[in-house]
Design a protein around this ligand. Structure first.
Ligand code: C2E
Ligand code: CA
Ligand code: CA
Length: 745
């Protein structure tokens, strides 16, 4: 069993890459948007500032302009008054003041100086110049409004001060107006005489005046309003009456705001930039996500591949070990008992060898399907490799029987024939199952698998096609096997100092073989190895041959037995044949024929007195040509070949022909059928008849009763071997000579 393969978590790394990339991109996105936001905010702030400055400038302009108008009115009035005075006082001092007609006066004032109305009044406020009736009427209305201003002007003159002109902002006829009063002074070379006349003129500052004003100042959509009611995009400028400071009204206009203009132009550009930045980052996110998803997917596939078997897509050994480890961890603190079963296919190799690897692969897949079909939720089936499967069955509330039932059903299911290669081939296999419970004691995954492996070994040794549950006694036999393996190794591969001791403890016993037709005459004997172990006593081959095969020690053991047997047989007086069992592993070595011939040469045994017993499994396994050549070479040197245990393996007729066999040894299980089962006799008779027709000799093994002997003789069997004649012994009585022509040529 292999160790636990810990598998890393590349998916986690990818996930963290994705998370950090996302965080990074989000930060970039937020940073970009914040920068854009800051740019926008600064632009808005700067525009506000510049707007405020622009507005202040516009208000200042309006204010200055109003002041200028006041000044202009003052100087214009003075000019008008001067001109008028010249006209009035040029001829004589007492000249009448109505020299210039009212109409022409009104005309000059309105069209030349652009005033809406003018009056010439006397000191007491009486209209001194009768212009037109409309003007007189008007004056009557507005006289009280002008009176304070006039009074102040006259007051200054009366006080002896310089006659002064006064200009004021006031409401006249309900409209904001610029009104001024100026004395009409008579100028002489010596003195200026105080006058009794005053010129009063005014003009409205709304209406056309405001239009001209706003055009001149660049005020967009300027209008005048009594109350301040500007629209959202307008500003107002309050005009106060000069004296009372009471509000006269408001100039309202749409200000020119360069800042807002800039912002209005900037906003679409910034918005577009923000959308583009966000869009690009979005696309980047999507692309990154996509490529990471692809990476994750291929990572996931690779991970799946690394943890699953390609042929069946079942979990592999690594994943099984991982799950088992997890299961052990979970069970550490609980009373649950899960179960592990190792399933090993019997005769799988034969299918592979007979029908090819394609059929073998198909069979493995079919087996996976059949087993999976029997499993319940939570049961796990894994393929550990080759023809070995493993099951992890979770706790079933202490119902141990259901485990065994399931495993028995698996054995039963796999014993049913398989149809392969689209019906071109049929395969009959079976399986052996080793079971162990998980979590009885503190165990590791490999320990659990080791115990299941021990149980599996027991199932196989008990004859395959069954399931065996692990028990402590098996562990003892497993330990014993390990111990024997070590001992056998020291025995067969001693260190340099004890080479002479090689094989000491191994003994070769011989079981005689008797001619059927000539009574009890001995035709030869089969060499059967024994091991006299210092602590375990005399061990039969079933205790150590398989472990010698597992460890490769069989090569040394085989050579030892062959050498011993040949040396012993060379001493036999009756010239009997010695039969030596050959393991498949020995037979597949290209050096094997040379070794045999060398031993024959060394021991002096004639090759025709050696018979090698091979099994059908030894003939198979991909090295058929090599084995065929080996056997042919040995037969060419008159060494005989017997097919051992015939009937238990493939019992293939073609093997008998292709490989060149001299003898068939009918397995003792068939001989045992004689007298117990009706068809036993039929089977044995058929095998003997077959051998006859192929010209082969037959030896029946395991003859224990006279009835069996009599039947076998009657059936035409050439040789007999069994406890009825002799048990394997260390020194057989080889004195009974066989009749001369008894052995096949
Ligand atoms: P096998 O070649 O079939 O040998 C015959 C086995 O049947 C022997 O068992 C023998 O003791 C037993 N046997 C003989 N007559 C009877 C009988 O009348 N009734 C019963 N019940 N059994 C009988 P053993 O000696 O225990 O050998 C077991 C197997 O070990 C052999 O089976 C052979 O396959 C293998 N083996 C023995 N020696 C060697 C060896 O040197 N090399 C190899 N590779 N295998 C060996
Ligand atoms: Ca044999
Ligand atoms: Ca045999």
């Amino acid at each position: 069993m292999g160790g636990i393969d810990t598998v890393g978590h590349p998916l986690l790394t990818l996930k963290s890459i994705w998370t950090s990339s996302r965080v990074l991109l989000s930060l970039i996105a937020i940073g970009g948007l914040v920068t854009l936001g800051l740019v926008l905010a600064s632009a808005v702030w700067a525009s506000r500032e510049s707007d405020v400055a622009a507005l202040d400038r516009q208000r200042e302009l309006v204010e200055n302009r109003l002041h200028k108008q006041v000044e202009d009115v003052a100087s214009e009035l003075e000019l008008m008054a001067e001109g008028y005075a010249n006209v009035i006082f040029s001829s004589n001092e007492n000249a009448k003041i109505d020299v210039v007609g009212g109409e022409s006066f009104g005309h000059i004032v309105r069209s030349i100086f652009g005033y809406d109305q003018a009056f010439v009044v006397s000191l007491n406020g009486q209209m001194a110049l009768q212009t037109d009736s409309e003007a007189a009427g008007r004056y009557e209305w507005i006289r009280p409004l002008l009176a304070p201003m006039l009074q102040r002007a006259t007051q200054t003159s009366a006080d002896g001060g310089e006659p002064a002109q006064i200009v004021e902002l006031m409401r006249l006829e309900g409209r904001p107006s610029l009104a001024g009063v100026v004395p009409i002074t008579r100028m002489t070379s010596e003195t200026s005489t105080p006058t009794q006349l005053y010129l009063i003129a005014y003009r409205y500052i709304d209406g056309p005046a405001l239009d001209a004003f706003s055009q001149e100042q660049g005020l967009d959509g300027a209008r005048f309003a009594r109350a301040s009611d500007p629209e959202a995009n307008e500003v107002s400028f309050q005009i106060n009456a000069t004296g009372s400071q009471e509000p006269l009204g408001f100039i309202i206009w749409t200000p020119d705001l360069p800042g807002s203009r800039v912002v209005v132009r900037l906003v679409p550009a910034l918005t577009t930039s923000a959308i583009i930045v966000a869009g690009l980052l979005g696309v980047l996110m999507v692309l990154l996500h996509r490529s990471l998803s692809d990476l994750q997917q291929s990572e996931r596939k690779a991970r799946h591949r690394s943890l699953h078997d390609i042929l069946t897509d079942l979990p592999n050994r690594a994943l099984f070990a991982q799950r088992l480890g997890q299961c052990l961890e979970d069970q550490r603190l609980s009373t649950k008992r899960s179960l592990v079963a190792l399933v090993d296919l019997d005769k799988f190799k034969a299918v592979n060898d007979t029908h090819g690897h394609g059929a073998g692969d198909e069979l493995i897949q079919a087996v996976a399907v059949r087993i999976s079909g029997l499993l319940g939720n939570g049961d796990m089936l894994a393929r550990l490799g080759g023809d070995e499967f493993a099951l992890l069955l979770p706790d079933r509330a202490g119902d141990d029987r259901s485990y065994l039932d399931l495993c028995n059903r698996i054995v039963e299911e796999l014993s049913k024939p398989f149809t392969l290669l689209a019906g071109k081939a049929n395969a009959s296999i079976s399986c052996s199952i080793g079971i162990t419970t998980v979590g009885i004691a503190a165990q590791s995954a490999s320990e659990v698998l080791h115990l299941a492996d021990i149980a599996l070994y027991e199932a196989k040794s008990a004859g395959r096609g069954r399931c065996v549950e692990y028990s402590a006694s098996m562990n003892r036999s497993a330990t014993l096997r390990e111990e024997l393996k070590t001992d056998l190794s020291t025995l067969l591969r001693p260190s340099d100092t004890s080479v002479a001791m090689k094989g000491q403890g191994l003994e070769v016993f011989y079981q005689t073989i008797h001619r059927a037709v000539a009574g009890d005459h001995i035709s030869g004997a089969e060499a059967l190895v024994r091991w006299r172990h210092p602590t375990h006593g005399l061990l039969t081959p079933d205790k150590f041959i398989s472990l010698a095969e597992d460890s490769g020690l069989i090569l040394d053991l085989g050579s030892f037995v062959l050498r011993q047997a040949c040396a012993t047989a060379a001493l036999w007086q009756n010239g009997g044949v010695v039969s030596v069992n050959v393991s498949p592993i020995q037979l597949r070595r290209p050096e094997f024929p040379d070794e045999v011939l060398h031993i024959l040469d060394q021991t002096g045994l004639p090759p025709n007195r050696l018979e090698l017993e091979v099994t059908e499994t030894a003939l198979m396994g991909g090295d058929e040509f090599l084995v065929q050549a080996t056997l042919a070479r040995l037969r060419a040197h008159c060494v005989m070949i017997a097919l051992d245990d015939f009937g238990t393996g493939y019992s293939s007729l073609s093997h008998l022909i292709i490989f060149g066999i001299d003898r068939i040894k009918i397995d003792r299980s068939f001989v045992a059928l004689l007298g117990t089962r009706k068809d036993g006799a039929a089977i044995v008779s058929a095998v003997v008849a077959l051998s006859h027709s192929l010209g082969l000799a037959t030896t029946a093994e395991g003859v224990e009763t006279n009835e069996q002997r009599d039947f076998l003789i009657a059936a035409g069997c050439s040789d007999l071997q069994g406890f009825l004649f002799s048990r394997p012994v260390i020194e057989p009585d080889m004195t009974l000579k066989p009749p001369k022509a008894a052995r096949p040529a």
